[in-house]
Design a protein around this ligand. Structure first.
Ligand code: CMX
Ligand code: CO
Length: 143
């Protein structure tokens, strides 16, 4: 069902400064940035590597754009740090359905728009051993 780690989502207060830290410290370049109003974030994707299934792995840096967004709540409670882990899959609908069938709460009825044209679903951290878990399908099943 999962074929790779698509990204690790990291909450931060200052997106530009954090992108700069990853560039200066690790040499990771900014691949893509966008604002996702529905998710309440400005985000930056830093590609780490390609993978065998034609996809890739990223660091996803997240800065909230509103005080009541999930990432703003997380920052208020925990400060900066790892917010979620996202697994890549060729079929987000069936992966979410399969998790639901095993009693894991899926946080939206249908997958939602994610970064770079992907479709995403979130699983409740309380049903996943304390890890907010995202499932990602790329625009053409690969990216
Ligand atoms: N990781 C682990 N646990 C988390 C968590 C996280 N990121 N966010 C919240 N929790 C825990 C809290 O610690 C809390 O635990 P306790 O009850 O033991 O204190 C519990 O979950 C409920 O916390 P809350 O602050 O009341 O959080 P909400 O119920 O309001 O929201 C969640 C939690 C997961 C439903 C919400 O954050 C959500 O819908 N997330 C999915 C969307 C999202 O995160 N979008 C931003 C990323 C976009 C992207 O990746 O593209
Ligand atoms: Co994510």
């Amino acid at each position: 069902m999962f074929t790779r780690i698509d990204h690790v989502g990291i909450a931060c207060h200052d997106l530009d400064a954090t992108v700069d830290f990853y560039r200066r410290t690790y040499g990771l370049a900014l691949t893509h940035s966008e604002t996702n109003e529905e998710q309440g974030v400005r985000e930056a994707m830093l590609r780490v590597n390609g993978t065998d299934d034609g996809g890739a792995s990223y660091v996803q840096l997240l800065q909230p754009i509103s005080d009541d967004s999930p990432v703003a709540k997380f920052l208020e409670r925990n400060g900066e740090g790892v917010h979620h882990v996202a697994f890549g899959t060729p079929d987000v609908d069936s992966a979410a359905e399969s998790a639901r069938g095993r009693g894991v709460r899926v946080l939206s009825a249908e997958p939602r728009p994610g970064s770079m044209g992907s479709r995403i679903s979130f699983l409740h951290p309380k049903d996943c051993g304390g890890v907010l878990t995202e499932i990602v399908q790329g625009p053409d099943s690969t990216r």
